[in-house]
Each structure stands twice: as structure tokens, then as C-alpha cells.
Design a protein around this ligand. Sequence first.
Ligand SMILES: [Zn+2]
Length: 542
Amino acid sequence: MDVDLILINGNIYTVDEKRPRAEAIGVKKDRVVFVGANADAKKLAREETRVVDLGGKTVVPGLTDSHCHIFGIGEREITLNLEGTNTREDFLTKVKERVVQTGHGKWITGRGWIETFWKSPRFPTRHDLDEIAPGSPVLLTRADGHAAIANSAALGIAKIDKNTPNPFGGEILKDKATGEPNGMLLDNAQDLVAKHIPKPTEAERQQAFLLGIQREIGLGWCEIQNAGSYAGDIKIIRRCFDEAKVKLRFINAVFGPGEDAERFLREGPTTNAYDHRFTQRTIKVIFDGALGSRGAALLKPYNDAPETSGFLTERESDLKPMFEEALRRGIQVETHAIGDRANRLILNLYEQAFNAVLPEQRKIREPRWRIEHAQILDPADVLRFAKLAVIPSMQPSHAISDLFFAPSRLGMERLAGAYAWQSLIKSGCIIAGGSDAPVERGEPMIEFYAAVARKSVKGFSAEGWHSEQAVSREQALKMFTLWPAYAAFEENDKGSIEPGKLADFTVLSNDIMKIPEPEILKTPCVMTIIGGEIEFEDRGFY
Ligand SMILES: [Zn+2]
């Protein structure tokens, strides 16, 4: 047997039931050809074979982030990054610095703030920003991407005042006393201001994309599933692949409904292009808002804002024909649904589509449609996922971020069906695990830790956090390897380390299947191998 690369002295978790553990892997071109003991692997070496001694480091199948936004990840590196601002003052200081750097009158944009951890966890207002940026328009997106704060200059450019009606699927928050907008814009209302910001050039957009890709590989991701893009960005993505600038495996979704999705339905999917690196077979729908900004569509009003139950961001009548066409064309659908109402309605819509287009009328009989987030489920709906073979695509870090404020938004009772990983798995589901970066940080070990510990990164947990919904380490590993592969129709090529599959591995500094939970967070990726090529290596460990 010819081999190009041999990894020896590894602490290997294969996620292959037939041979769960191994010491060595042999690779020929981009595929695994051998998994087993060191002694047997060494016999395969010839003069030109590269042999890498892993020195006991832990190897898992190449990790996949099943839900993230690659341009946002790259842009976070370029624009004002407001992650980790712990107080309102800290937040305002960072913005002020940027205003000084940028100069008078120019747009200030940024992302990543979240008020939940501030001393008084209230949204910032336009007036807070007016004090530090009186002459420059400012629009700063909340970490979850479902809300933004604008200052008076930005609202003025967009001509938003007390008389401006809410757009469909969005809300302009107004001061209760004066009726004037307070600067907070939820979901679709953000566009009213955002559309006035000069668009980044194609070159800047490409720079963000490639920065994002590099960051992902360095973190140990071998594949990402990009949760939605428009035609302009798809052009950039494809050009970067044409120019062989992307080594990361990339599963893309196209936003729908709308023109882009219609064209995609006509043209059909692209699968395994560029040596199994690029697949586009999915339409992404956003069906409601987020919990933090109270945009998630709930069956009953918010506990801490009884005047609202959130809202849907698409009309059911627009989705129906698209869903049926997608089944006929072999296109997968994934829908963002956070609130229990949004989840129930989308399950209904999926079910209606499955009944309207029978398996023999579909291009792919088993559609593997997904619900992204599936965060708050009415107990009656939990079992419907497995019954309809709908895949929940969930982000463990959301639970450990949101559970600080979810009890006040939802009340204790509704938390029983919140982030209900174990209930879903027990009902017969697989879960595609992701990070939703840049909503969250997007680091694999934060996600793995959140899934198994279900505690904050500081080890905090409280009443209502439902620790029984945490998953085992074996389940967590599948959430980021084999299950995302299945959720992308790729379980024959990816998701485990076994002969015949693609040679994608993530090498970690510690044994994440055994070390105490807090140490998982201190476990960096030391090597990322994609298709048998070492694409990232932290030489400090060798
Ligand atoms: Zn997302």
C-alpha cells in the first residue's frame, strides 16, 4: 500500500464504532487508507512518505462548524469589534476611540456588544452615542445580529422619526414618554439605516471572507456550513475557490425567499466542487428574530414585556411554494427559528410540504431539512423533529450566553423546552453543532465545553439552566463531526476517521474526552489537516 503521510503516536478518537480508538493514520492523496497501531503504520512508510510524530496529542475527525457566517467573522476582525465590552462605559469608550480615529462625519459601524452583562442590563440609547459622536452617523450591531443601536445622526440620514411605522418583521423601539425613537432597531428595522451606509467594495468583501477562512482553519475547523449568503457574496466565494485561495471545506446556503433563491432553484445545487471543498445545496430562511432583543416569536407573551410575543420575519404564504419547489429540485431547506411559535409553525410548514410533494416526486427522497437554533420548543413539538426527520442545528454557546437572561424573558416553565439537546437526542434526533459566529466567538472548544458542561465559561450555572440537557462527550464530539456530515449529506466522505473517507483531522493539545471540564477551554488546536495537507500548525507544541 502506498501512503503519502503517516501520523503516528496519536491519541486518536475516530468516531467510527468499528474501531473507536487508534494510534496511527495513513493517508494517500486526500483520503485515509489506514487506521490502526503504530507498528503497522510504520511498515507502510517508504522513502518519500512524510511521517509526523504527534507525541501523544489528541486527534479527532476534522471539526465542522454547522452554522456560522463567514463574512461576519472576517468583518469582525476589520471593523470595530465590541465583543467583551463589560460595561456601558467600556462600550462607549471603544466607540469614542473609533470616532476620533475615523474623523468627523464618517460612518462608524461595528458589532459584538451585548448589554446582558452590563451592570444595568439596559439597551444603549441614541443619546448615549450622541454624546460621544454628535457629528458622525453610528450604527452598532448587537452580538446576535438581530438588533442595532443608531445615534441621532444615523436616524436623521434614514429619516426615522416618531411617525415612522415599523417595517414588516422589524421594530423601531420608541421612548415610552416622548414617542421618539430611542435608537434601537430590531431585525428588519436595521435595514432602514443600514442601507444608507456606503457598501464595502468587492475587494474589501473578499478581504473579509479570506480573513474569516484563515481564522477558522487556525481554530481547528476543517469545514464550515455558512448559514446564508446573497448572490454578490456567492460570486466572491466562487472566485476565491477558482483562484485556489480556500482550503477550508465550505458548505454554503443561499438566502430565500427572493430572487437569489429563485435562481438557485432553477440552476440547481453544486456538490463537492473543487476537490470536495465547496457544496451549495441549501436555502436559508430566517423566520423570526432573537430572544435577547425579544424578536423571537413566542406562543405566549414575553415574561418581562407582556405587550409583545415577538414576530415572524417571513410570511408563511411566501414560503409554501418555495418549499415545495425545493423538494422537487433536491434542494435542502434550513430555517432560523428561535421562539416556540416560530418552531411550531415551521415544523407545520415542513410537514405540509412533505405531504404535498411525496417521496417519489422529489429529486432526493430523504430531504434532511434543518431548523437552525431550535432554541425554545414547546414540549409537544420536541418529538416532531425525529418524527419528521427534521435536523435541529444548535449552538451550545447560545445556551450558556442566553441562560443569563432567558429566565426573565421566558419564565421558569418555558425553560423546560429551551436548548433541549438531550431531549432531542433521546427522541431519536441527531444535532448538527455550530457556533453561529460572529454571534458567538466561534471557537470549537467553547462549543464543546458548553455542550458537555452547560455552565458559563466561569463555571456558573443556576436554577432553570437544566443541567440534565447537557450531552456526553461522545455525543458532543458527534455534534461537531459525524452529525454535521450527515446534515450536509456527506457522511460517506466525512465525519469519522476510517479508510476511504477524506483525510480531515483536528489535532488538539489535550485529551478533551478525559480532562476536567474547565481545561477543555484551555485546549488549543495544534494542527489542522484538510485533505491530507497540514493547513495550520502551531509549532510551539513540537
Ligand atoms: Zn446565524
